[in-house]
Design a protein. Structure first.
Length: 517
């Protein structure tokens, strides 16, 4: 059993290699294939009778695959989300104990969903259809984990030849296809020749269909190119919120942006680029932008009230609207299950965040532009929100482009910023929309609707002349072509995928207890 647990731990860590900065997408098939092998029962369910009692696994038969799944999840999130510790320790509480406690809680909470896969698989497996059951459980567990805890490191976030499916079934559906591929490959030598023909057809459908789907023109240009500039200030996180420095940072960003506003560009500053509250500086920013014909600014700042504060993205000049962040970062901006975990973290001396969540339905941001045919609608996502496929989908379907801003300085020099960038690429493919991604210190990028990175500024990269700003900043200059059109994913959303997964689980349960022996 110890060897199985060690293999599960390694397989979980292996899945991380499927994501950036490593980009070894085959790991997204190999890792679940290993987990499937480790979870498979050593012998088939008892076929002596049709009674539920004879078909029910023992407690040990349930706990063994659950433990394997738990350890897989620990390997995945300890290897792939270890940067949470550095975010909390270096820029949060400063206490080793509280940072370790919060990180360990997050890793264990996420790992529990892989334990559920193992227990449910042991309970419901029935032979030939086991790969389909395994894939269905994987999809449902990932969806539930994303909804309840942390939508990061999903199998479907790997980008490769299979990524054409993202526009049809989203990242959750792609997770199912990858898990199914791995499980079918493992089962290949156990099948009869007719079964192999059926499974070969399924694998061809997945792996030939994916590349071909990339050529489907889901969206078309709806206007002329708009000049855009993404500003990457590269302000050290420890200096950003220093008393007395907030106004200075804003002045530097304004000075840096002047030449681009003269050209009538839409300039985007990252999340919390302005640390002066919106109610203090908003009027001043509007006055500045009114001097420039056709120029716009989208900038991240905060909005305060008695209960706490909102992280917002607000427009000035030709850019209009105010968006309040809806999905907050666990432990960084709120405490999951606060009634229980809040006391635990308080014991370790952790600071309790007071970031408020915005309303579930908000107007899109707008940019007035003759090139865009009047008004360009922009689907906003602040930081962590880009990880929520359905949240982005609901707004992107009404927009010409997606704009996401983030303060990735929290991640330090870890793999976190690269993973974050990959999520933006996945959302671009799902929605067939270009993405503008402005970050505090990288990675900022202009992303095409097919997920390609058109241009980027890496971590800490600078390219701004010293006479324009005292900041060691970067400016990513490009053009945005607004798109219109609808992908199948935008039309159907995640519900059919969830229902298909539930139907497979229900059918497996029926076959396990009431099917023919």
């Amino acid at each position: 059993m110890m060897l199985r647990l060690a293999a599960a731990l390694g397989a979980g860590a292996l899945q991380v290699l499927s994501l950036d900065p490593f980009g070894f997408w085959p790991a997204a098939v190999i890792a679940p294939a290993i987990l499937y092998v480790l979870m498979r029962p050593e012998r088939e369910p008892d076929a002596a009778g049709a009674s539920g009692a004879s078909r029910s696994p023992s407690l040990s038969q349930l706990l063994r695959p659950a433990a394997i799944g738990l350890v897989y999840g620990i390997g995945l999130f300890a290897a792939g989300a270890h940067w949470v510790y550095f975010s909390l320790h270096d820029f949060g509480t400063g206490h080793i104990a509280s940072a370790l406690a919060a990180t360990a809680i997050l890793v264990l909470l996420c790992a529990l969903f892989y334990a559920l896969i193992g227990a449910a698989f042991a309970l419901l497996h029935r032979g030939f259809w086991d790969p389909c059951l395994f894939a269905a459980l994987w999809m449902l567990a990932e969806a539930l984990r994303g909804f309840l805890v942390f939508p990061w490191l999903d199998l479907g976030h790997a980008i490769g030849p299979h990524s054409g499916w993202l526009s049809l079934v989203g990242s959750t559906g792609v997770s199912g296809l990858l898990a199914l591929s791995g499980a079918m490959a493992v089962n290949w030598f156990n099948w009869t020749r007719p079964q192999k023909r059926a499974m070969a057809a399924a694998l061809i459908w997945i792996w030939v269909g994916g590349p071909l789907l990339k050529y489907v023109p889901w969206s078309d240009p709806s206007g002329e190119p708009i000049p855009v500039v993404l500003i990457q200030p590269n302000i050290p996180q420890q200096d950003k919120w220093l008393k007395g420095g907030a106004t200075g940072w804003a002045s530097q960003l304004i000075r840096l942006s002047h030449p681009y506003w003269d050209q009538g560009a839409l300039v985007v500053w990252p999340e919390a680029a302005v640390t002066v509250p919106h109610e203090v500086i908003g009027g001043r920013m509007a006055e500045i932008l009114d001097r420039y014909q056709g120029a716009g600014l989208l900038y991240g700042t905060i909005e305060t009230e008695a209960r706490g504060s909102y992280s917002i993205l607000v427009g000035a000049g030709a850019a209009e609207g105010l968006y309040r962040k809806r999905q907050r970062v666990p432990f960084g901006e709120y405490v999951p299950l606060e009634a229980v975990l809040g006391d635990v973290l308080e014991f370790f001396g952790a600071h309790q965040p007071r970031i408020l969540a915005g309303a579930g339905r908000q107007p899109l941001l707008r940019h007035r532009s003759d090139a865009a045919g009047g008004t360009l609608l922009l689907a906003p996502a602040i930081c962590y929100e880009i990880a929520y496929a359905d949240l982005v989908r609901a707004d992107a379907v009404r927009s010409g482009a997606i704009v996401t801003v983030s303060n990735d300085a929290w991640f330090g020099d870890s793999i976190g910023p690269q993973q974050h960038l990959q999520l933006a690429r996945v959302r671009a493919i799902e929605n067939a929309r270009p993405v503008l991604r402005a970050t505090s210190d990288g990675v900022s990028a202009l992303i095409a609707a097919d997920g390609r990175i058109v241009a980027r500024l890496d971590k800490g990269e600078t390219n701004v002349a010293a006479e324009l700003s005292d900041l060691d900043a970067g400016a990513l200059v490009g053009a945005l072509v607004p798109l219109s059109g609808t992908t199948l994913w935008q039309l159907i959303g995640p519900l059919p995928i969830w229902l298909l997964g539930l139907a497979m689980v229900g059918w497996s349960g029926y076959q396990r207890w009431f099917g023919k022996s």
